[in-house]
Design a protein around this ligand. Structure first.
Ligand code: BEZ
Ligand code: FE
Length: 295
């Protein structure tokens, strides 16, 4: 008979995985068990602390629904989402780096033409965005599918508003023949991630803030290239070095130039200050295995 004690339990649990038929699942669960047991030994976890942990995860589950994904927030704030993103998106030097997807992307956002206003009523100072999609050799990538989404000047995505129509500050457009694109929107501002739940309580208990530096989200697909999911961050933002979800990469920080009232890039006269942003996205060539996924 086996004697289960603190020295033998890890090996006894792992031995029960012997019959697992999925080798990858077996590898993952073996590592999970080893690391969990090592963690409990490392901190000499008390029963009271373990129960608090169970209660915390229960709370994370209870607040999660089809609009609020607290488990993703937990993964994001523990740096796990960014680690998984980095592990799975290694690219040659010169390619635009990837960052976290976040929970606020919506499928089937409105389709726009270049020059259109994707803010579509979202609050904020006007912002004129120009850019180019290229390959690593500088070749233009025409007809790339560009999804863009952002928070308004109050720091909320459209989907965070009660009864949201899901159509403010997000949209899809395509790059032109020379790889360029341009659209109007509102100037992104820093905002706190949802922090009225267990993850917010965790951040507070750890002396951490919930803020993300101002950014615009992009997801870019083009045949023959890897999908790029990334942000462009606004230089000078006070949270660039303390992003609550660890998503900042220095190559993704750009100047958003502020302008006084006057003639805007689209030729219209603007009577409020506005900003302009220009950014070139460099896509990585798709390997044979991922090529079929491109739009
Ligand atoms: C976002 O940038 O939209 C985001 C990312 C991670 C957690 C919350 C929000
Ligand atoms: Fe965001």
């Amino acid at each position: 008979m086996q004697n289960v004690d603190e020295d033998t339990i890890t090996q006894i649990v792992l031995a029960r995985h012997a019959e697992a038929t999925d080798p990858r699942l077996k590898q993952i669960m073996t590592s999970v068990v080893q690391h969990l047991h090592a963690f409990a030994r490392d901190v000499q976890l008390t029963e009271e602390e373990w129960f608090k942990g169970i209660q915390f995860l229960t709370d994370v589950g209870h607040i999660t629904d089809d609009k609020r994904q607290e488990f993703i927030l937990l993964s994001d704030t523990l740096g796990l989402s960014m680690l998984v993103t980095a592990l799975n998106n290694r690219k040659p030097m010169g390619c635009t780096e990837s960052t976290v997807f976040g929970p606020f992307f919506v499928e089937n956002a409105p389709q726009y033409q270049n020059g259109d206003d994707v803010a579509n009523g979202a609050k904020g100072e006007p912002c004129f965005v120009t850019g180019r999609i290229t390959g690593l050799g500088g070749e233009p990538v025409p007809n790339a599918r560009i999804e863009v989404w952002q928070a308004d000047s109050d720091g909320f995505y459209d989907v965070q508003y009660e009864g949201a129509t899901h159509n403010h500050g997000r949209g899809m457009l395509r790059s032109l023949a020379d790889g360029s694109f341009h659209f109007k929107s509102v100037t992104a501002e820093s905002y706190p991630i949802p922090h009225d739940g267990p993850v917010g309580r965790m951040l507070n208990a750890l002396g951490r803030h919930p803020w993300r530096p101002a950014h615009l989200h992009f997801m870019i697909d083009a045949p023959g290239y890897e999908r790029l999911i990334t942000h462009v961050f606004r230089s000078g933002d006070q949270y660039l070095d303390s992003d609550a979800v660890f998503g900042v990469r220095s190559s993704l920080v750009a100047d958003w130039r502020r302008h006084e009232t006057g003639r805007a890039p689209d030729g219209t006269q603007i009577d409020t200050p506005y900003s302009t942003l220009d950014f070139t996205f460099v896509l990585n060539r798709a390997s044979a295995t991922v090529e079929s996924r491109a739009a």
